[in-house]
Each structure stands twice: as structure tokens, then as C-alpha cells.
Design a protein around this ligand. Structure first.
Ligand code: GLC
Ligand code: CA
Length: 565
């Protein structure tokens, strides 16, 4: 058994490859583009990369529907090119994590094609790779085996003519769920892990990992809770811990990192899987803080509530602060851009930096999603046909149908995963420097203002601010290991948190204004700002921070050396 490397000191950069950088001029991001941008990634001060899926996939869910686990999508390159990227990243000291998507495959995966043929497991080893059930009948009409809804596309069951049975899909129709109770399927998973770990990959981000064990009695769910009514029966299922332990054993042979993604996870289940003698994952990606401007899903939009956001932050910091370890993020390929959600377009630069400080100095391992470090924002498209994401399209065509089209498009604008999937904005050149030809998806027209090349030249840019934050974090024991305390939790405009290490007389205080107006503030008892060192401020140096007041979306980092209680 090899111990996992010290991921707690690290931060990671997430690549959603299709929109990152086109290296071979076909309008689609690829591993040639990634190779060319490794210097840039390294220059951010991150320690590793997490790749969203790069495997062959029909792209019903852009890579999260895999048709071959041991290869590279031809759009993105070859295994050889991946090895080049991996080796170069390693030379630079960057770790590389892949996405392990094993709750489901593509319906075009050979296992599924074989499974559709049915037959006994002796004749057809793939027969039991998926979750098949006979239809229920109402007269002549076929009905699905239970009333579960999928998360993306209507009912969770799809009838297959060839086999004469329904298969379960918790996500899109083209993402049939694997039957993890079948030991052969688990052996396949371990084989896939070994394949990439042998090549030198450093670990995995494990997709919807708490969904892989189902209650096989398949009981009906609450009929009034569409979209998630099956959740109690497939989330944290009966054999989850055992299966995760099997995968853990493989990862541990290599000292590989395992980050579990878990929608709807609670602090209690995160602690269960990431601590103690049943530790089967190193960190978990949870969703609570992504709900501060919506109910249930991002599509059901609501006014942003800072208090809701703070409650989520503090809940996770407190619960995992001492015993566990948090994965920190504000953006990824599943959520709209955070400035458009929790920040302000008017105070684009200020709020972009403030949001960085609001999470990067919490206790945990930060993840930064491509373009977040530039302050990229949501894209506005004029028709639903211009969108690509299966979940957004389905939501548009299913819910709130009585509303005017403009209102429904607004819902998509604020909620769609596509908002975070536009081509990376590298420069002011054609197609934002992403590609020499028309890219596969719309470029956000704001690339003339928001792009890496311009921000590189501007010492006051969001990009440089991210670099400063990561440097500060990496070089401070207090920021790495100190306890988290929130102050003034009731404030609706100010998020203030401190980091303090036991036995040290140092405290670092992070002040984040979420207000469009200047606001006064006071410090926690016993702290006097005149004795503090200003470590960071998001306004330019020529307009220095004034004690006692925060300008719109201002953030400051203050360091106190004194006894405080
Ligand atoms: C995870 C992925 C998401 C995908 C879903 C189904 O939540 O992050 O992009 O659609 O799982 O695989
Ligand atoms: Ca390409």
C-alpha cells in the first residue's frame, strides 16, 4: 500500500477539453491544445489537472457517456498524445487526474450492445452488466418497472425492443446504469483503474460515485417529487461502502488520489466515506454552496442569498474542518459561471476577484475551472436550438411551459451547464484564439474584454489575482492548516472569515463584500486593524483600502499578529 501524495497542500485546474484549446484546427479542443497550454496552467500556480472525460463517447452528455474506457476520443487525440501530455505535466510537477465515470456507460458501449441480446449469464456474460427489468402491463400497455424519474430526461426507464425489457438510466437515455452488484462489472472497473494508473495517472475524480449501488427491490419513489424520487434508493445504496473499498484497494496500490463527486451528499455521508477506518475516498465534491440562487436545481432560479451561501460554506468548513478535508470549488462544467450567479457584471473585475478570495482561503483543496481564472461569464443565446446540453434542453421543453419564451430562455441563460462550456477565451484574435476555424460551440462575444492575453498584460487582472491567491495559500501554514471561523453570519452583504492555527498568535481575516454599494464594517472583538498587515486587496494599489469601509465587492486579506480570543 502506497500513501496518497499530499493533495491537501495542492490546488487543481479542471479541463473540459472540448472547449479548452484546439491544437489541430478543427474547431474542437484537444490534447494537442492542452499540450501547448501546459505552461500556462503551470504558471497559475496549481499543482495538478483534472480532466473531465477524454474517452471515446457519442457525446450525448459530452463525454460522460463513455463507449470505450481505455482509449482517447478521436476528436481529442490518441493514447500516444495523452502520454505526451502526461509526461510533460509530470516533468512540470503537475499531477494528472482522470474522470472515472462508472455509474453508467454509453448505450453505444460494446457491453451494452451485447447486453441487449439478453440470454443467461452463462451464454452471454454481458447479459447482467446493466439493470434490466420486465415491463409491467396495464392491459396491453407496457409500463416501466417503477416510477423513478431520471435526472436528465423524463422517466428513468427506457424500453429496449431487442431485449423486450426496460433498462435503468438515472441520467440520460443514452447513459444506461451499470449493475455494480455483478462482480464482473466491478472487475471491469478495477481493470480500467489499473490501465490508467499503470500509465502513470495520479488519481481519479469519480463521477456520481454515491449512486453506484442500488436498492435492487427498486421500490417506487414519491410521485410528487419528479427528477429525484428514486434518489433514496440509489444514493448511498446498500453495498456502496463495500464497492468503494474494492476500488480503494486498487487505488492504494498506486498511491492514487480519489475525489468522489456526490450530488445531494450530506456532511455526514462525506465524513463516512472520507474519514476513519472505512475511508474509501480522499475528498468529496458536494453541491450545497451551488444552491444559493436556486431551489432543488439551478433551473429553478431564485434571488441570490448571501446568507444561504455562507451557511453552506460554514456548514462544510465546520463539519469537515477538523476530521475530514474539503474539496473547494465555485465553478465546474456542471454549473453556470459564478460571476453571473453570485457576483456582478457591472463590478465584473471586483466581484470576480472577491469570489476567488471567498473560497480559495477556506480550508481545503481548491479546484479552479478553465476560464474561471479569467472571469468568464454566462453566454446569452437567442434560441434553445443553439444549446447543446441534454439536461438544459430537456428542462426547457418540460418545465415552465406556460411562461413566455423570453422568460424560459432567461432560465436557461442563468442555469445552463452550457454557460460554462463556451470556448476558452485566450486572446482578442478570431474565435478568441481558441481555434483558427469556427469552434464547435458559440464563443462568448465578451472575449474582446475577457481573455487571457489581455489579462496577462494587466497586473490588476482577475488572472493575476488568482495567481496571488494561490501563492499566498501555498506559503502560509495558517491558510493551509488553520481553523476556520465565520464572523457576523447574519450579515446579508458581508462574508467575513478567519483562519487561525492553534498555538500561533497569527490570524488571517478574509473580508468579502457582496454589495454593489460601499458598506461599513467592524472587526471581531480584540482585533485592531491598525496593527494588521494588508496581504491582499482586489482594488488597484493606487486606490488603497480604507479602514472601516468596503467598496463595492471589495475583498481584503488582513494578517494579525496578536493574541486574540
Ligand atoms: C456528473 C457530471 C455531469 C454528468 C453526470 C452524469 O454530475 O459532472 O457532467 O452529466 O455526472 O454522468
Ligand atoms: Ca481539435
Amino acid at each position: 500500500m502506497k500513501p496518497v501524495f499530499d493533495y491537501r497542500r495542492m490546488s487543481f485546474y479542471q479541463i473540459w477539453i472540448r472547449s479548452f484549446a484546439d491544437g489541430n484546427g478543427d474547431g474542437i479542443g484537444d490534447l494537442y491544445g492542452v499540450y501547448d497550454k501546459l505552461e500556462y496552467i503551470h504558471s497559475l500556480g496549481v499543482d495538478g489537472i483534472w480532466f473531465s472525460p477524454i474517452y471515446p463517447s457519442p457525446n450525448a452528455d459530452y463525454g460522460y457517456d463513455i463507449s470505450d474506457y481505455r482509449n482517447i476520443h478521436p476528436d481529442y487525440g490518441t493514447l500516444e498524445q495523452f502520454r505526451k501530455v502526461l509526461d510533460r505535466a509530470h516533468q512540470m510537477g503537475l499531477k494528472v487526474l482522470l474522470d472515472l465515470v462508472i455509474n453508467h456507460t454509453s448505450d453505444e458501449h460494446p457491453w451494452f450492445l451485447e447486453s441487449c441480446k439478453g440470454g443467461s449469464p452463462e451464454e452471454n456474460p454481458y447479459s447482467d452488466y446493466y439493470i434490466w427489468r420486465d415491463p409491467l402491463f396495464k392491459g396491453e400497455d407496457k409500463l416501466p418497472p417503477n416510477n423513478w424519474y431520471s435526472q436528465f430526461e423524463g422517466l428513468a426507464w427506457e424500453y429496449n425492443e431487442q431485449r423486450g425489457q426496460y433498462y435503468l438510466h438515472v441520467f440520460a437515455k443514452k447513459q444506461p446504469d451499470l449493475n455494480m452488484d455483478n462482480p464482473r462489472v466491478r472487475e471491469e472497473v478495477k481493470g480500467i483503474m489499473r490501465f490508467w494508473l499503470e500509465m502513470g495517472v495520479d488519481g481519479f475524480r469519480e463521477d456520481v460515485i454515491t449512486f453506484i449501488s442500488k436498492n435492487m427491490a427498486l421500490p417506487n419513489g414519491n410521485p410528487f417529487l419528479p427528477a429525484i424520487n428514486g434518489l433514496p434508493f440509489y444514493n448511498n445504496g446498500p453495498n456502496l461502502l463495500d464497492y468503494l473499498q474494492e476500488f480503494r484497494d486498487v487505488a492504494q496500490e498506486y498511491g492514487a488520489l480519489q475525489v468522489g463527486e456526490a450530488p445531494f451528499t450530506t456532511t455526514a455521508s462525506a465524513l463516512r466515506y472520507t474519514t476513519g477506518k472505512h475511508k474509501v475516498l480522499d475528498m468529496m465534491i458536494q453541491f450545497d454552496h451551488m444552491m444559493a440562487d436556486c431551489f432543488l436545481t439551478e433551473y429553478v432560479h431564485h434571488r441570490f442569498s448571501l446568507r444561504k451561501l455562507k451557511r453552506a460554506f460554514t456548514k462544510w468548513q465546520n463539519a469537515l474542518g477538523k476530521k475530514g478535508w474539503n474539496a473547494l470549488y465555485l465553478e465546474n462544467h456542471d454549473h453556470p459561471r459564478v460571476i453571473s450567479r453570485y457576483g456582478s457584471h457591472k463590478f465584473w473585475k471586483e466581484s470576480g476577484k472577491m469570489l476567488a478570495a471567498a473560497y480559495l482561503f477556506q480550508k481545503g483543496t481548491p479546484f479552479i475551472y478553465q476560464g474561471q481564472e479569467l472571469g468568464m461569464t454566462n453566454i446569452r443565446l437567442d434560441s434553445i436550438d443553439q444549446y447543446e446540453d441534454v439536461a438544459s434542453k430537456h428542462a426547457y421543453h418540460t418545465f415552465f411551459k406556460k411562461e413566455p419564451v423570453s422568460r424560459r430562455l432567461l432560465r436557461i441563460y442563468v442555469s445552463s451547464r452550457d454557460s460554462a462550456r463556451t470556448p476558452m477565451q485566450w486572446s482578442r484574435g478570431p474565435y478568441a484564439g481558441f481555434s483558427g476555424v469556427r469552434p464547435w460551440f458559440h464563443v462568448n462575444p465578451n472575449y474582446l474584454r475577457i481573455n487571457a492575453e489581455s489579462e496577462e498584460k494587466d497586473p490588476d487582472s482577475i488572472l493575476h489575482f488568482y495567481r496571488k491567491c494561490l501563492q499566498l495559500r501555498k506559503n502560509s501554514d495558517v491558510l493551509l492548516w488553520g481553523d476556520y471561523h465565520e464572523y457576523f453570519p447574519k450579515s446579508k452583504q458581508l462574508f467575513m472569515y478567519g483562519r487561525r492555527l492553534e498555538g500561533r498568535d497569527e490570524q488571517i481575516l478574509v473580508l468579502c463584500s457582496f454589495s454593489r454599494k460601499a458598506i461599513p464594517y467592524r472587526l471581531p472583538k480584540g482585533l485592531d486593524e491598525s496593527s494588521a498587515e494588508l496581504l491582499l486587496c482586489n482594488y488597484p494599489e493606487k486606490t488603497p483600502h480604507q479602514r472601516g469601509m468596503l467598496r463595492p465587492y471589495e475583498t481584503v486579506l488582513l494578517r494579525f499578529i496578536q493574541k486574540s480570543s
